[in-house]
Design a protein around this ligand. Sequence first.
Ligand SMILES: [Zn+2]
Length: 478
Amino acid sequence: MDYIIKGYEPECMFRFFEDISAIPRGSNNEAGIADFLVSFAQERNLKYFRDDLNNVLIKMPATAGYESEPAVLLQGHTDMVCEKNAATEHDFLTDPLRLYIKDGYLHADGTTLGADNGVAVALMMALLDGAAAEHPALECLFTSSEETGLIGAIGFDYSHVTARSMINLDVEGEGQVTVGCAGGCRTDIRIPVEFVKAAGDAMTLSISGLMGGHSGADITLGRANANKLMGRILLALRREYDYNLISFNGGLMGNAIPRECEAVITCANAQELKSKALKIADDIAAELCAADEGFKFSCQRIDTPQLMMNCASTRRVVTAIGTVQDGVLRMSTDIEGLAEFSCNLGVVTTDEHEVELVFNSRSAIESQLEAAIDYLDALADMCDSTAEHYSRYPGWKYAKQSPLRDKYMVAAREVLGVEPEVLAIHAGLECGVVKSHVPDMDIIAIGPNAQNIHTPDERLELSSFSRMFKIVERMLKK
Ligand SMILES: [Zn+2]
């Protein structure tokens, strides 16, 4: 193989990165990379364990003088998100990535680079290849299908792990250490609705132009949820007008703050209702944050369709959407600016039998996720419906004491010459899953500078990857 990355230490780590870039490893296609890791372990006489999910754990004994030190677990995922530019010819099941370097950054030509989380795979391989001269016993866990719901990490048998300190290598940002993440749960509530022959004037109410964003990372920014705003407008209209809902549709993904929403209604006095609705929307526009300045609300008369929801169904749907808790429910008292508990009504869709509501609840604390499930069960119950909860994964709460974090701070100061930043995120990481299985595990997550992950513009700063190795190397020393 002709290697293109030259001049960075340790050399083997960059070669391993190039080696694995030649192995297709999209989520749910990890058999090839798992085979490769198993042969790698066999060639070096290292103990390994591979499971049916294609998780691979490889163990390496301590170097001389470190035999009595406690083992350290390193962890990252083998799968990558497969995205390419429309014009790029690339088969993610057969083709190697085409790597190139520009201005000190590694890219893949027209595709995702898989630095998320190939950096973890290459770094652990370098350690297992002997790139660090001194270290305690190492346990390197390569998990599968992280990007599709932490599948490998959830299914792994942690009785194979003896370490009680873990360095997760699956975040981005040099000089930052992640010390907590949120757990989550999806919930679908399907409200049964009855349709009757429509009467009155029909009108489409539309909301557009909101900023939206990620339902975890952006939830503290105060951006409005289009579904919730529409619910609020419909509740306000109910004070003075009778109307029937025909449909309610908003948002595209459970984990995104919805930017657009459309409700179709019929009523007896459309013109009057319209001026009232525009007045309510004006009041709302004045409340919104700067990011939502594109907010638009419109009411448009349309031909009256054949069917409308009956009064009871209309009432149930509008009450549910208008009153359900949404956005930040509690901020962290340990870390400034971090959301601790939130809920997002991401999607509402209407078909001929029901209105479906899709929620994404997040919290670093399990008991809060339990509470979210109880709220939504109760809401469903009030709507003569049931809630279905799925894709649940646990959070990782900030630990006040963490010897591993203290070690990182010292090592990072030495290598980078700056004071590292300690942060927690309001989104999921495999750390939460590991913590739920091994509650006494001391965990941090670190990574190099990489940008635009999950897109064909993904790039990795090679020098920061080299420094990341140096930090880990120092942390492993006595
Ligand atoms: Zn990742």
